[in-house]
Structure formats: structure tokens, C-alpha cells
Design a protein around this ligand. Sequence first.
Ligand SMILES: *Cc1c(COP(=O)(O)O)cnc(C)c1O
Length: 393
Amino acid sequence: MSKDIIKKSDQVIAKTYKRFPIAIARGNGCTLWDTEGRSYTDFVAGIAVCNLGHAHPRISKALSRQADTLFHVSNLYYTVPQIELASWLTENSFADRVFFCNSGAEANEAAIKLVRKYFKEKGESDRYRIISMEKSFHGRTMATLSATGQDKIKKGFEPVLEGFDFVPFNDIDALRNKISRFTCAVLIEPIQGEGGVCYPDSGYLKAVRQTCDETGTLLIFDEIQTGIGRTGKLFAYEHFGLEPDIMTLAKALGNGLPIGAMLAKEHVSEAFGPGAHASTFGGTPVVTAASLEVVKVLTGENVIGNCLKVGAYFKERLSWLKDRHESIVDVRGIGLLLGMKLKIEGDPVVTSCMEKGFLINCIQGNILRFIPPLIIGKEDIDALVACLDEILD
Ligand SMILES: *Cc1c(COP(=O)(O)O)cnc(C)c1O
């Protein structure tokens, strides 16, 4: 059955994705089943998306209730779920206003447009350049790939958009040297995800905030991967004792439904007046009703507390593995955004894990990334660690 599905896919789907040779049919909690009936413990969560696991009954119910009521009317009219979700997000973050869209790239696209517009409105038309980080990832649209600090993402699509500068992550002097009177914003993932689960040095993000304050530059945190509880706090910035001016969210915000959001402080958000930016599907009732339930479950059922506790345990077990295997270079990350760098290629390890019933992910060729649903239990972690121990032998 899988074979037929894979063959058909090869004929009709654009060739942009390199996939593993399984077709997933069903999920529940942290378990997935393929079309052959084989089960897998999911340490990928749809790339840090399904933070509440699969087929969560409360999310399904909120979704179907709204689907029976109203799908879509456009942003020509007010709809209640959108307002409720925005209220929840602003009450639980630094931000005052929310712009809804449908993906991470779109959220960053909105942020890029907003910071340019902000300085245009202030009469500082020259101030349009954005500094982002080497190894960063901000999306695949033309503006967001231009903002991304990885050549492989841009290759073949040149010329990229003008106005982006890059400095190494964790290098505050490089940032200070690069900021000029043309810089409107610094765009940064507080913990780099796709780049290899790179954690900021102590004091680095505070120094970034301070540099922005001294120069009147806006600070954008891309929390598309780190937000919505992934790091053991609702938003990663809470770990570092500072606030950005703008934050982008997507991935886990809908637990799998497509939603993106760009949050900003009032004085920044003001630059977006009527007609400045828009999205047909942005904040549509079905998606925002489900997403509101996502954030309520996340906080109401102490899912984030579990993430912090289980994440610390997981990291400790990975460090134990590191002591036993020459092939492991280091273990990094926080909460349930964990990375393990290898001296060897990561893909064969991922394939072996899959054959033994565990889905894990590899980035940058040799960094295993562990991003399970935040409801994962210690038993599942123990089972994966035993499996990795065997494979790395
Ligand atoms: C996934 C991701 C994006 C892009 O999100 P899409 O929904 O795929 O457009 C942007 N930034 C970060 C940090 C991400 O992890």
C-alpha cells in the first residue's frame, strides 16, 4: 500500500521534498501509524508544530464546533474567534496588537514590511536595512529567504531582495559594528532552530536589546519555532529577561492548522494603517477558534510545566549518551527543543530509528533534533535513548 502511495506521489507532487519512504495515516497523542499499520513514537511533531500531540480531543471539538458555525467571511467583517485569540496573545505577551496570517514566512514577511513602514512614517526613508544572523532561518518567500543566513536557501533565486545584512549569532561586537543609520531592525531567533539548535550565550540577547535601544533600532524575535511552550516557557524571550518590539509566531500556534501571527507593541504596530497589509485567510474563524483552544489547553493543563521537567530529564539522558559514545560531540537546547551534534552523518541514524519505531529529525547534516509533542512522557524518552544507545554502538 505504501509503495503505491509513494509511486503516485512521485508522479504528481512537485519534487521539492525529500521524504522518508513511509506514508502516515493516523495519529494519537505521541504515536503515529503508517498505512501498513506500523506505529512510531513521534519526536518530530510535524517539525515543532503538534505541541499537544495528535488528535487532541479538545482541539478537534473546538475545530468541528466552529466548522459547523462559520468557516470564513474575510477581514471585511469582525469575527469573534479572531478577537479572542488576539486578546489571549496580547494578555500573555509583551505585545499590544496582532496581525494574523497563515504561515511562518508570512509572519516574518509582515514583520519585515512593518519595520520598513515604521521608519517611512517617521520620515526616515533611508532606514530600511535589516540585520539578521548567519545560519538563521526565516522562511522561503523572496523577502524571508533574503533575510535567511544560509546560502543553500537562496541558491538559484538570485537576485535576492536588497537590504539585508548578516552577522554571526552570539557575536555582539559584530552586530555593533554592522548597525548603521540605515538599519531599521535586527531580526533574530532567540534560539536558532533550523541552524542547529544554537543557544545564545549568557547576556548576548540582553546586549542585543541594549544595542537596539541605543540606536533606536527595532528588535524582531522570530519565535516561530521557539514559541508556544516549546522551550518550557510560553515564549522563549521569557528566559532572557527582555522583550522584543515585534515577535512572529506560527508552527505550534495551531497545533497543525495553518496559522501565523505577527505581534507588536502599540507604537510600532501603528505604522500599519488600513490598507497597509492584508491576508485573505488571515485569522479565519475555524483556525483561530482551534488555536484559541490550543493555547488554553497548553496553559490550563500545565503542558508547559511538563515540557520544562521532561525536557530537563531528556537532556540529562542525552548527556548520559554522550558520555558513552565517541560519535557524539555535544548536547544543546532547552525544554523540548534539543539538539545532539554527531561526528558522523545523521541521516543513517534517523533511518535506523525509524526502522525501530521512532521518528527523529536531522538538521545541518549531523545534528539530531528532538522536538516531540510537549506531552511526551519519560517512558518514551527512555525507549528512544535505549534505541539510540544501540544504534550508536
Ligand atoms: C519554520 C520556520 C519558519 C518558516 O515557517 P513556514 O510556516 O514554513 O513559512 C520561519 N522561522 C523559523 C524560526 C522557523 O522555524
